[in-house]
Design a protein around this ligand. Structure first.
Ligand code: GUN
Length: 287
């Protein structure tokens, strides 16, 4: 078994981004600039946005975080998005999800200029991705592709089973693995006899958010297992009061796999680097 070490690979990519930014600055080119909008005070969202800001600063990007009270109206939020759309100094914009219930996430996602949509959530970018055209890929699937490429994992002709059909991970991942010549199956909460599918899989990508869902008897010998799940599970013995658990029962599965991601330190850091790569690309798009 070989560990798919997201910390190590993401650090290599960060170093190359850092170098690229220095080169851009020396050549008088624009410094990439990411703006993030955070609405309300959801703990996980605050942590994610803080991490994204830290990542930007670390690689030499400019970073702006706009924070709004959870009571902001949908119209007022759209007006803020439009201001950033017009701002020639900002290359990429993300609105951290989830948003408060009175705000329609679809409307907000569609209000972001697709040229600044470094999350890759805008229908224009989703369409481009499905057609295999160059565009902003959603950060987690993008990060997973980078991990697969780094470890030179064979994909052509392989059976890939994706567990989960979210717009952010499962659906885009299915299109991207198809482009890598896999035979792709997407399983979800209504799938019957799910292990009949996973036992046939050469590559399994688990993205359902159910801690320790994938057990050893659901996986064939030699499979590649990629765990997108990262759920906070109460743990009073831990200083933070919780531990992070993936969708995969790592302890039970690891010896059976050819490659497996740990949680934490697998997909998580690759997602963060995916957003940085998109922001770097966004800096060269005409505004
Ligand atoms: N919430 C959970 N994941 C994401 C993400 O990738 N982007 C945004 N904007 N919000 C999220």
């Amino acid at each position: 078994m070989e560990l798919l070490n997201g910390n190590e690979v993401s650090n290599l990519i960060r170093a190359s981004i850092k170098e690229e930014v220095l080169k851009r600055k020396a050549e008088g080119k624009k410094t990439p600039h990411l703006a993030a909008i955070l609405v309300g005070a959801d703990g996980a969202s605050m942590t994610y946005v803080a991490a994204k800001e830290k990542d930007c600063i670390e690689v030499g990007f400019d970073s702006t975080v706009l924070r709004f009270d959870a009571s902001i109206s949908e119209e007022a939020l759209i007006a803020e998005v439009e201001k950033i759309n017009q701002d020639k100094n900002i290359d990429g914009l993300i609105v951290q999800l989830p948003l408060p219930k009175h705000i329609n996430e679809k409307r907000i996602t569609e209000a972001i200029s697709y040229k600044k949509d470094v999350d890759g959530f805008h229908p224009m970018n989703v369409g481009m991705m499905f057609k295999g055209l160059k565009t902003f890929l959603p950060a987690t699937p993008f990060g997973i592709l980078k991990l697969i490429e780094h470890y030179q994992i064979e994909t052509s002709g392989k059976n890939c089973v994706i567990i989960g059909r979210s717009d952010i991970v499962g659906k885009p991942m299915s299109a991207l693995m198809l482009q890598k010549n896999c035979t792709v199956t997407v399983c979800h909460s209504k799938t019957k006899n799910l292990s009949d599918f996973t036992r046939q899989a050469d590559i399994i990508i688990a993205a359902i958010g159910v801690p320790l869902f994938l057990k050893a008897d659901m996986v064939k010998e030699g499979a590649v297992v990629i765990d997108v799940g990262i759920t906070r599970v109460d743990n009073p013995t831990n200083k933070k009061g919780y531990s992070l658990k993936g969708d995969v029962d790592f302890e039970a599965l690891a010896s059976k796999c050819s490659f497996i991601t740990p949680v934490p330190g697998g997909v998580g850091p690759m997602t963060r680097v995916g957003l940085l790569l998109n922001t770097l690309d966004a800096a060269d798009l005409p505004k």
